[in-house]
Design a protein around this ligand. Structure first.
Ligand code: G6P
Length: 366
């Protein structure tokens, strides 16, 4: 397939903007809208799983880290996430009933593939969550769970990531059903939340212009810290990864609660801190992290919703307004925002957005 940029300046920009569409397509592969449920997947049975192991590299591993919150919360399924290059060499201990899920856009990443082979050899059920249907991982896994992002050209993953999240959110609900933790009413509610994702992401894309403006200042930062709690913690890691990958700014993501255990030492006048601050049950805690970095002179940009922006008025330098949605939809609107931030900062800096230095789209050798 020859992908075209159309009217976009870069593939990454196009891929960010096509997310509502490809995420909707991916949801369509999992959600049964007639029965209002998530379809079962042949051979995949979460009811007897003792544990879910999730393995991937880079952005795919961060999608796994987000999903850990979902599988544990929604399905009460103990979940462990590993980076493939660590997992495959640390002689991991398995449990009877472990299910191993491998996340990869390309389906060819050497470390992830070898981690999968190791699990297969140990007799585990292997699931490949891949975007490339004819990839090696898709061929070798016991079960394939697809993402339907279409070809992703930008080296920094965007739409493949959000499709991975959409598929994982569906699988977590499926696991919740199979493990008997969701009654019909809560399944219906979850399905409604999932189906709200594409619309929420479209709304989030409206922040594009505002983010472009804010990115001008950010592009002059030497250090950017991303903070988040709960499912927004791995999103903070992903936001920082995206930014460093294409703008070469030193960016790090931290769990907001870890601030006092080290990262706050970096904060001084002029350091930029981007805080994922949805007005949820943890908002007060996030707000207090914002106060701590503001007291040390940080320049704070909050990714929040209307209620959050009101509560942070006067405390932060700027708020990016995202729609107030629930669960995965809310997280995925934050994904759009961190991608747009990285994209616009890189454009302001004039880097090669689609082909950043030293990076490859898929790492098929160690
Ligand atoms: C490379 C890419 C990343 C990607 C990672 C894993 O580092 O630059 O964007 O997240 O590989 O790739 P995969 O194809 O396994 O998802």
């Amino acid at each position: 397939v020859l992908a075209e940029k159309g009217s976009y300046r870069h593939f990454m920009e196009k891929e960010i903007h096509e997310q509502p569409e490809v995420v909707a397509r991916t949801l369509g592969a999992y959600v049964d809208q007639v029965e209002n449920t998530i379809r079962a997947r042949d051979g995949l049975d979460f009811s007897k799983a003792s544990r879910l192991l999730i393995v991937g590299c880079g952005t795919a591993a961060y999608a796994g880290e987000v999903a850990e919150y979902w599988f544990e919360r929604i399905a009460r399924l103990p979940t462990e996430v590993d980076i493939a290059s660590e997992f495959r060499y640390r002689d991991p201990a398995f449990l009877e009933g472990d299910v191993a899920l491998f996340i990869s856009q390309s389906g060819e990443t050497a470390d992830t593939l070898e981690a999968m082979r190791l699990c297969k050899a140990a007799g585990l059920i292997t699931v490949a969550l891949v975007n490339t249907a004819h990839s090696t991982m898709a061929r070798e896994a016991d079960i394939v769970a697809p993402t339907l992002a279409g070809p992703e050209i930008g080296v920094a993953s965007t739409k493949a990531f959000s499709c991975q999240l959409a598929a994982l959110a569906c699988l977590a609900v499926r696991a919740g059903i199979e493990r008997g933790h969701l009654d019909t009413a809560s399944v219906t509610d979850h399905v409604a939340q999932l189906m709200a994702i594409p619309g929420t992401m479209s709304e989030a894309l409206r922040a594009d212009g505002q983010i472009d403006q804010l990115a001008r200042d950010l592009s002059r930062s030497e250090i950017v810290l991303y903070l988040g709690r709960d499912q927004y913690f791995p999103m903070a890691l992903e936001g920082a990864l995206k930014l460093k990958e294409i703008s070469y700014i030193h960016a790090e993501g931290y769990a907001a609660g870890e601030l006092k255990h080290g990262p706050i030492a970096l904060v001084e006048e002029g350091v930029s801190v981007i805080v994922l601050a949805p007005s949820d049950s943890l908002f007060a805690k996030t707000r207090s992290s914002i106060e701590q970095v503001r007291a040390r002179g940080a320049h704070v940009l909050a990714l929040t919703d209307e209620a959050g922006a009101e509560a942070l008025e006067g405390l932060v330098q700027a708020s990016i307004l995202l729609p107030a949605a629930r669960g995965a939809a809310n997280l995925m609107s934050a994904a759009v925002a961190v991608q747009l931030i990285a994209y616009h900062v890189a454009v302001h800096k004039g880097t090669d957005v689609d082909q950043p230095r030293n990076l490859a789209k898929s790492v098929t050798v160690e």
